[in-house]
Design a protein around this ligand. Structure first.
Ligand SMILES: Cc1cc2nc3c(=O)[nH]c(=O)nc-3n(C[C@H](O)[C@H](O)[C@H](O)COP(=O)(O)OP(=O)(O)OC[C@H]3O[C@@H](n4cnc5c(N)ncnc54)[C@H](O)[C@@H]3O)c2cc1C
Length: 269
């Protein structure tokens, strides 16, 4: 392998195994042409940091997710930082974002202005950092491992930012791969598909069912239901908090069927 360090120095490394943790750099998927199309529509995000100027109506210990009043598949994040600052962003299909012209800051401001509660909350904000955008962030690969390598985190698959699953999946992938490698180097027989690819995908697929249901609107009818059942709420919160591999949770074991049933209940109620 050829490596270039931050000072530009180039050197060669020979290794028994390569873990690619290059995130959106996606070094091995590009070199080995492992990319496969994601089955999600192309979505993008416009985001920035602001001095939020919020005086009331915002719990600074929580991330606020706001849904666009007309389009349930368009949502905003407001993530509080110290010192009265926030990360603010909007996520939508590219075709929606393309309707807005101007700089990324102007486009983000125009979309925020369409959501009255967010507009009011940020009425005194100072937009001191130019916004940026990312398009087509979802990524998928034919296989999460191959002879002599494995893909970790975003270098393998990235679903969607909505449930902040990215870091959870990245850390889980690293922890699974480290365990398999340790056993391999100790001379034990390992099967990367059985011990790494399949178990990692299980949790990813659990998150995927929630992401799909969120954008279709069904999961929103569950989240915003006025009278949630505490035990079901706990099971779902546990998954979104990262326990997406916990097979004792019925919503992990049978995600699609249970979510669909709950959506139906919450929609008619
Ligand atoms: C709009 C948006 C919002 C998000 N919000 C959240 C959130 O709130 N919570 C959450 O959990 N996740 C969030 N995510 C996802 C999260 O950022 C990623 O899933 C997570 O960072 C993946 O970790 P990683 O280690 O795989 O990759 P990264 O964190 O991207 O790390 C990869 C590293 O590899 C380096 N690198 C790349 N190429 C090379 C190369 N050729 N040589 C050397 N180094 C290289 C990069 O510089 C980087 O340091 C969000 C993603 C998006 C798109």
């Amino acid at each position: 392998m050829t490596v270039q360090d931050p000072d530009g120095k180039i050197y060669q490394v020979e290794a028994g195994f390569l873990l690619d943790a290059s995130g959106f750099g996606r070094v091995l998927p590009r070199l080995l042409q492992l990319d496969t199309p994601s089955n999600f529509p192309v979505r993008g995000a416009i985001f920035t940091h602001i001095a939020d100027g919020i005086v009331a109506g915002f719990d600074r210990s929580k991330i606020r997710i706001t849904v666009h009043p007309q389009q349930c598949d368009v949502w905003f994040w407001t993530i509080p930082f110290a010192g009265g600052r926030c990360s603010l962003g909007v996520v939508a299909e590219s075709s929606f974002l393309e309707r807005y012209s101007g700089t990324d800051t102007e486009r983000l401001q125009a979309i925020v202005a369409e959501e009255p509660s967010l507009q009011t909350l940020l009425a005194n904000a100072t937009w001191d950092t130019p916004a940026r955008h990312i398009t087509g962030y979802s990524a998928n690969v034919a296989s999460l491992w191959g002879r002599g390598y494995a893909l970790l985190g975003n270098a393998g698959e990235f679903l969607d930012p909505v449930f902040s699953s990215g870091v959870t999946i990245a850390v889980k992938s690293a922890s699974l791969a480290a365990g398999v490698l340790q056993r391999q180097f100790a001379g034990e027989e390992v099967d990367w598909q059985r011990d790494y690819g399949a178990p990692l995908r299980k949790g990813v697929d659990t998150f995927r069912a929630f992401v799909e249901s969120w954008y279709a609107g069904g999961f929103q009818s569950i989240i915003f239901h006025p009278d949630p059942q505490p035990d079901i709420r706990r099971m779902i919160a546990s998954i979104l908090a990262g326990y997406a591999w916990d097979q004792t949770n019925p919503y992990v074991k049978d995600t699609a069927r249970r979510l669909a049933a709950l959506e139906t209940l919450c929609t008619v109620a």
